[in-house]
Design a protein around this ligand. Structure first.
Ligand code: S3P
Length: 441
């Protein structure tokens, strides 16, 4: 399926985005091992989250999708049952890495399988610490490297050993996998993050009464002495990573005004808003609720953007927004540098390659270096082209936004992948730029 985007004149309106994908994964996983029923409201529409639900169902957790959200009948910390079928994680990196952490502490073996793109993604980062904790994990290997790839067979152990672990990469998925395994350890487990990453797992563990201590970059989870009492209702805000595509479009199209309501404002997810403001974007943030996961309203008006430097330290806090920030950098005046973005090479596709290829075809000036940095010479007019999603949802949506800013009609090929995080992306886009601008078929 391809999308055709015509240059838009302006963007106007208000939106609500589907529930945050990262929070929904964690809400499902942790309510599954709590005691009692949790209603997750609303539930994510992302294909990735559906995978987490299927994995948990196969582990014996009753889950029902209702009109409002997802109802999870938690089976307790020790209530998961051995799967009789492989646990299919589809394309979801969060599903496989977090499930690996959960399975590490179970008294049975589970096999986590993956679709083609996920089979290319590195798993050593979770296999290493979970093996140190006592799990036995086998994956696929390649002659050319010591990396481990899916499928993963996880032989759990109970109890695991509590460890102190310093991951070599800043990754919320790795941190979360180790913290989940830490619930089944014989003592405290510490993760020392090289740089801060999204903290949804920590917030939810605390909401469930788990003792979690943060000292600087060190996070220590203590295995719970008694059952985790389910939180009856978890209200999930809209996904800020989905909002980012619309925010950049509104910031870049002259005369635009966009209001995004009920969106997540967790500071470990909104660093991209700070970068855009630094680039001159007019974004007003109104926080409504500081409970559990902060949420509020974002109002964006268009402005002339200018270049900036995104430092390596900031990157883990906006890792999923780099592709759309690269589009903003193309329309900004002057140079923008993205430092330490090498992790983008191991996402659903190599996002440095997919974005550089697509935007260069549209006339942009940008270069990715082997040292993991990306430099964009902004201000060059974009023109239409036929560009590829490379099967990656964030590349597809970012190039579609670039298409709104380019002269003529841009075709983005292979856009069905947007379902991974935001299946109604093109409908939402058409609702704010006009239905004649966005065609999918
Ligand atoms: C995620 C963490 C990030 C992000 C991914 C979702 C999460 O991955 O890119 O889309 O839900 O924890 P890493 O932790 O590998 O950086």
């Amino acid at each position: 399926m391809d999308a055709t985007l015509t240059r838009a004149t302006t963007l106007q309106g208000s939106l609500r985005l589907p529930a945050d994908k990262a929070i929904c994964h964690r809400a499902a996983l942790l309510s599954a091992i709590s005691d009692g029923t949790t209603r997750i409201i609303p539930w994510s529409t992302a294909e990735d989250c559906r995978r987490t639900v299927e994995v948990l169902r196969e582990l014996g957790v009753p889950m029902v999708e209702t009109r409002e959200g997802l109802e999870v009948a938690g089976v307790g910390l020790h209530g998961l049952r051995a799967p009789t079928e492989p646990l299919d994680c589809g394309e979801s990196g969060t599903t496989i890495r977090l499930s690996c952490g959960l399975l590490a502490g179970q008294p049975f073996t589970g096999r986590l399988t993956a679709a083609a793109s996920l089979c290319q993604r590195p798993m050593r980062r979770v296999v290493e610490p979970l093996s140190q904790m006592g799990a036995t994990i086998e994956g696929a290997s390649r002659a050319s490297s010591s990396e481990v790839y899916p499928p993963l067979t996880v032989q759990g152990r109970r109890p695991l050993h509590g460890i102190s672990y310093a991951p070599p990469v800043a990754s919320a998925q790795v941190k979360s996998a180790v913290l989940l395994a830490g619930l089944y350890a014989d003592g405290p487990t510490t993760v020392s993050e090289p740089a801060p990453t999204r903290d949804h797992t920590e917030r939810l563990l605390q909401a469930l009464g788990v003792q979690l201590v943060r000292e600087g970059s060190r996070l220590t989870v203590h295995p719970p002495r008694r059952a985790l009492a389910a939180v009856p209702q978890l209200a999930v805000p809209g996904d800020p990573s989905s909002a980012a595509f619309f925010i950049v479009a509104a910031a870049s199209l002259p005369g635009s005004r966009l209001v995004i309501r009920d969106v997540g404002l967790n500071p470990t997810r909104t660093a991209f808003v700070e970068v855009l403001r630094r680039m001159g974007a007019a974004i007003d943030v109104e926080a409504h609720d500081q409970a559990w996961e902060p949420r509020g309203t974002l109002t964006v008006e268009s402005a002339q953007l200018h270049g900036t430097t995104v430092t390596a330290k900031e990157v883990p806090l906006l890792i999923d927004e780099v592709p759309i920030l690269v589009v903003a950098a193309c329309v900004a005046e002057g140079q923008t540098r993205f430092e330490g973005v090498g992790e983008l090479r191991v996402k659903e596709t190599d996002r440095l390659h997919s974005m550089v290829t697509g935007l260069k075809a549209m006339g942009a000036g940008l270069v990715a270096s082997p040292d993991g940095s990306l430099v964009v010479q902004g201000g060059r007019p974009l023109h239409h082209a036929t560009v590829e999603s490379f099967g990656d949802h964030r590349t597809a949506m970012s190039l579609a936004v670039a298409g709104l800013l380019a002269e003529g009609q841009t075709r983005v090929r292979g856009v069905e992948c947007v379902a991974k995080s935001l299946g109604n992306f093109f409908e939402l886009l058409a609702s704010v730029v006009g239905s004649s601008i966005v065609k999918v078929g």
